[in-house]
Design a protein around this ligand. Structure first.
Ligand code: S3P
Length: 181
């Protein structure tokens, strides 16, 4: 697939379990762009898993790692970036990434999120006795932050391919062109 201009990044936001990584990977393949998963990059730099960072250094430290990485990535081009679900909590992260990127937020209901995350245990914020309640609380608190993102795709009941198609539609409306199937 050939696209019109390659200067901008594609930045995928959304709550945990909304499919950011899978969709980001598909987009990066379609456009021949580099894929960058922020959590993976932070783990690589810190030499530690996200769970360990939260446990040993605390969430505030993790958020500082995210902030530092966002500043760097905002200066780069041709990346598909999958952000961590809480990156929106610092609004500067949204505006910085928006300077050089098309911002897309994937949305899902608390129940879909629970279905997609319940068999995984690498997300410290969801390791509670009542993850559904926790998801609902976090989503309610974060909604105004996610709402700052200009483009949204609802993912409930959709496959990764279907979500990617919807994102491609948004990109086309933003001026990206699909030249080949
Ligand atoms: C978090 C989401 C996680 C990870 C960390 C905190 C959050 O990323 O950054 O566990 O606060 O929503 P994913 O959204 O990729 O799961």
């Amino acid at each position: 697939m050939k696209i019109d201009f390659m200067a901008k990044n594609i930045v995928i936001f959304g709550f945990m379990g909304t499919g950011k990584s899978n969709v980001g990977r598909i987009l990066s393949e379609k456009f021949g762009m580099e894929f960058l998963e922020m959590d993976d990059e932070i783990e690589r730099r810190e030499g530690s898993s996200i769970s360990d960072i939260f446990e040993k250094k605390g969430e505030a430290y993790f958020r500082r790692c995210e902030r530092r990485l966002v500043k760097e990535l905002s200066e780069k081009e041709n990346l598909v970036i999958s952000t961590g679900g809480g990156v929106v909590l610092d609004e500067r992260n949204i505006s910085d990434l928006g300077r050089n990127g098309i911002l897309i937020c994937l949305d899902a209901s608390p129940k879909s999120i629970l279905m997609r995350t319940k068999s995984e245990n690498h997300r410290p914020l969801l390791l509670t006795n009542d993850p559904l309640k926790k998801i609902e609380e976090l989503l309610a608190y974060r909604r105004p932050f996610y709402d700052l993102i200009p483009n949204h795709v609802r993912t409930d009941g959709l496959s990764t391919e279907e979500v990617s198609e919807k994102v491609l539609g948004i990109l086309e409306r933003c001026g990206w062109r699909r030249d080949s199937p």
